[in-house]
Design a protein around this ligand. Structure first.
Ligand SMILES: C[S@@+](CC[C@H](N)C(=O)[O-])C[C@H]1O[C@@H](n2cnc3c(N)ncnc32)[C@H](O)[C@@H]1O
Length: 189
């Protein structure tokens, strides 16, 4: 029987090994980004992006996706104990390679820090999108001037770079450069 290619692990915050979420929070702060609609791939069990944006007064809101049952359960527990969190931080469990534009809000920022890290032939068995197709769907969800962020420290950064090249070639994005460990591409407009 074909099964969803979900993540059978759970990730605790480890800034030394994987600083991308913290660097994205730094990016939001340094650029003074307020009131933005953010789609975040890979919440971790720490949910630091959703928790920080809910409490720092910048008014950003986050829709996160996790492919980990354990990480999703930690969100459920957090939300039950902190009901106000649900106004600005929502998480769903699923495979990002099934993303569908019709079900998505208009976005200002998309984080694809783990683009290419976990997509395998298992995803092909149920017709999942490729890395680049998934990035292009999310590119089309971005508002004019919106940004997509990749993680240069990813072990699959080569896949992220391919997706970035497609954003430029097929959607007219520009390369907005590097901030700490993040590589940003900007939609025109
Ligand atoms: C190594 S963890 C990193 C979590 C967090 N971004 C951090 O850096 O601390 C990888 C994350 O990618 C998510 N993930 C893996 N495959 C995914 C998929 N197909 N769709 C959505 N999320 C996925 C996992 O659920 C997990 O949250």
């Amino acid at each position: 029987m074909t099964k969803l290619n979900y993540w059978t692990s759970s990730w605790h915050l480890d800034e030394a090994q994987c600083p991308c979420d913290i660097h994205f929070l730094d990016y939001l702060e340094v650029k003074a980004i307020k009131g933005a609609d953010i789609f975040h791939m890979g919440t971790g069990s720490h949910h630091i992006i959703g928790l920080k944006t809910a409490s720092n007064g910048f008014g950003n809101q986050v829709l996160g996706i996790t492919a980990s049952k354990e990480e999703y359960q930690t969100y459920i527990d957090l939300l039950i104990d902190n009901p106000r969190l649900g106004f600005t931080y929502k998480v769903y469990f699923g495979d990002i390679y099934q993303i569908d534009h019709r079900l998505m809000p208009a976005l200002d920022h998309v984080t694809l820090f783990h683009c290419g890290e976990y997509r395998t032939a298992e995803n092909d068995k149920y017709g999942a999108l490729t890395d680049t197709q998934m990035a292009l769907v999310l590119a089309d969800c971005l508002k004019p001037g919106g940004e997509m962020h990749f993680y240069t420290g990813s072990f699959a950064y080569d896949k992220a770079q391919q997706a970035g090249a497609a954003l430029i070639a097929e959607r007219g994005f520009s390369d907005a450069g590097i901030f700490k460990s993040l590589h940003t591409f900007k939609k025109s407009g």
